[in-house]
Design a binder for this molecule. Sequence first.
Ligand SMILES: C[S@@+](CC[C@H](N)C(=O)[O-])C[C@H]1O[C@@H](n2cnc3c(N)ncnc32)[C@H](O)[C@@H]1O
Length: 384
Amino acid sequence: MSYRLFAVTAPGLEPYTAAELAALGITPLPPVSMSGPGEVKEESGGLEFEASTTDLFRANLMLRTANRIIYRLGEFSAVSFPELRKKAARLPWETVLRPGQPVALRVTCHKSKMYHSGGVAERVAGAISDRLGKLCPVEKFNENASPLPQLIIVRFNHDVCTISADTSGELLHRRGYRLETAKAPLRETLAAGLLIASGWDGSSPLLDPFCGSGTIAIEAALMARRIAPGKNRRFAFMDWPDFDEKKWKHVLSRAASLEIRSHAPIFASDRDAGAIQMAQNNAKRAGVLDTIQFDCRAVSAIEAPSKPGWVVTNPPYGVRVSPDRDLRDLYARLGDVLRANCPEWNTGILCNSDILIGQTKIRSLEKVRLINGGLPVTLYCGKV
Ligand SMILES: C[S@@+](CC[C@H](N)C(=O)[O-])C[C@H]1O[C@@H](n2cnc3c(N)ncnc32)[C@H](O)[C@@H]1O
């Protein structure tokens, strides 16, 4: 079976997800122009690609930076509710739903005659029952519900309706290991994106001196050891009527055969003993506790091996942890400590303020614009 899939990413992470897809041997399709009259807009927030069933499994299992993978069931124009219901009923719902299985509908309407999202959801639910011969109860989508309903994503844009089925279930950043979080944790997908964007090679030393719950270090250890990030979780496609369990087990065992014992020295520290304990518990659940050296220490006391590596980190930057005026000294100290202990190291520092980064006196060679917790942030890549 062949699928047209869309890997949904956080804004700014698209190039890194594209690189990950390329590493899996999958070439993304060129971005679709969403232009309507008087408007030219390229589709962003993800990448579209053609996939076999094996690729669908691998994308969910292996991609480190994508939020979810959705399957485009179909696309058609519709300007009335009867037309919507009739055309939606032609889609192959039986590939993703059993008759009577609960569904959740997420509808957005943009510049279309069908602008009432509640009405659209009702007609699509009706179309599913028409096709499957039995009513599928509509539920709200709550990430924490168990079992999750099958999420259906309906989008109207300039009278064109695109209907997709989620293949992932819980968002892909939920790898299953991070059950304990300290202050302002990063999403696992963003942490992986920082590592890829900073250019870390997976074998040189890596240091996070503000590790909090350990997300960056744990993602680094998973990358260094080539451990599939999704190997311990469920996915929505596992509940589809024709789920090929044999093929899935084969994909899982192929992925397991790629795992290596890594010698990349990964160091994670934080001045908060509670955070270090949580980070260690998380690393243990992820199966990488022995790959990371955790230390409870302030940034001013960090130690690093003489062989240069990468500092990839997310220091407090005010909005979520403490106010800016308290932070200038911390950033200045970070710069001093890195010059003293990590000369020639590469840096990837996530922050929301040019002023704070300026305090480190480390010149930024590249700035990657990202979003963290809904706020614009920048990964400042440089060299000590
Ligand atoms: C934004 S959080 C890091 C979150 C982390 N990336 C995660 O995913 O959980 C910043 C961390 O810096 C730590 N921190 C603040 N000042 C510090 C200092 N002077 N030395 C070391 N750690 C410090 C805090 O305890 C906090 O855990």
